[in-house]
Design a protein around this ligand. Structure first.
Ligand SMILES: Nc1ncnc2c1ncn2[C@@H]1O[C@H](COP(=O)(O)OP(=O)(O)OP(=O)(O)O)[C@@H](O)[C@H]1O
Ligand SMILES: [Mg+2]
Length: 286
């Protein structure tokens, strides 16, 4: 008797070796002092990185006070937030809001009606890890202060950008924050809201004055510019405005982060007499 003819079984192909997952960079944008420009920086640097072709996720870690969605003009499209994902009430894909203007840019909004203490550092770390598998950059917008919200925002990150304005109180708080970051990190500094005319007159700290205390690699300097506030209110980050010098300063920061060589933007370096002495006194003359 002939053996039953059977459909030949296709040869099982040797399983292709899984490509190693390249994790993106998770960077926390922090400051200590409130209102110095963390959220503005996160939105603009993220927007500029996306324009360079990088895949970017922006995470609003300011639980209870979210506003990154507004700066990006995405407030009407937020359905779920960080805590919904952490608590399994929403899939990450459903919570990520794609930017209107860039297919590379996504937002994960903060919970508005929750407390910072509702987030666990471990859960945050896991969430950021998931995002790093999918994005080249994960920028985490840190709340002001150095309490639970700060700890959670830092938990999943591997790098920090410290935003500081040329004010003694902001420098002191930034110094404190740097001391709280893991000591293997080398945080980078953005000095925001610089007014060169005031620096020249000796009425504002210069970038050098600020960094004489903080001693961090300088990532960029952003002028104090009313159009930043206008663009924020419109939900259109100024980094998109090719005619704006301030937009250019954000684009230069993004290029540096992406490892693209750029000309360093002009930095007001004058050291007016008197200002540094005042600053030094706050730090025990360091
Ligand atoms: N370079 C700038 N020039 C002018 N205005 C600016 C600049 N950067 C930020 N601002 C304005 O300063 C205000 C505070 O900025 P932002 O919300 O980014 O600060 P923040 O550090 O995130 O504050 P918070 O600590 O409350 O989260 C906003 O009104 C913003 O438009
Ligand atoms: Mg903020």
């Amino acid at each position: 008797m002939r053996a039953l003819e059977t459909t030949p079984v296709p040869e099982v192909e040797a399983e292709a070796e899984a490509a190693p997952v390249i994790l993106g960079r998770a960077i926390v944008i922090t400051s200590g002092k409130g209102g110095v420009g963390k959220t503005t920086t996160t939105a603009n640097v993220g927007t500029a990185l996306a324009a360079l072709g990088k895949r970017v996720a922006l995470v609003d870690a300011d639980v209870g006070l979210r506003n990154l969605d507004i700066v990006l003009g995405l407030e009407n499209r937020v359905k779920f937030h960080v805590l919904d994902v952490i608590e399994g009430k929403a899939e990450l894909d459903d919570a990520l809001v794609r930017d209107k203007r860039s297919e590379n840019l996504y937002l994960l909004a903060a919970a508005q009606s929750r407390e910072k203490e509702d987030v666990e550092a471990d859960a945050m770390r896991d969430l950021i890890e998931q995002l790093r598998k999918r994005f080249d950059f994960v920028l985490i917008d840190c709340p002001a202060g150095i309490e639970t919200g700060f700890t959670n925002a830092v938990a999943g990150a591997g790098h920090a950008i410290v935003v500081c304005t040329p004010e003694v109180s902001a420098v002191r708080d930034a110094d404190r924050v740097v001391g709280l970051l893991p000591n293997t990190w080398q945080p980078e500094l953005i000095v925001n809201r610089v007014r060169p005319a005031l620096v020249r007159k000796g009425k504002m700290l210069s970038v050098d004055d600020v960094n004489a205390i903080l001693r961090l690699p300088l990532l960029g300097v952003i002028p104090d510019e009313p159009s930043v506030i206008v663009s924020t209110n419109r939900g259109e980050p100024i980094a998109l405005d090719q005619t704006s010098a301030t937009g250019g300063a954000y684009r230069a920061i993004a290029a540096k982060l992406a490892g693209i060589a750029v000309e360093t933007p002009p930095v007001p370096v004058e050291k007016p007499a008197g200002m540094f002495a005042k600053l030094g006194a706050f730090f025990g003359g360091r």
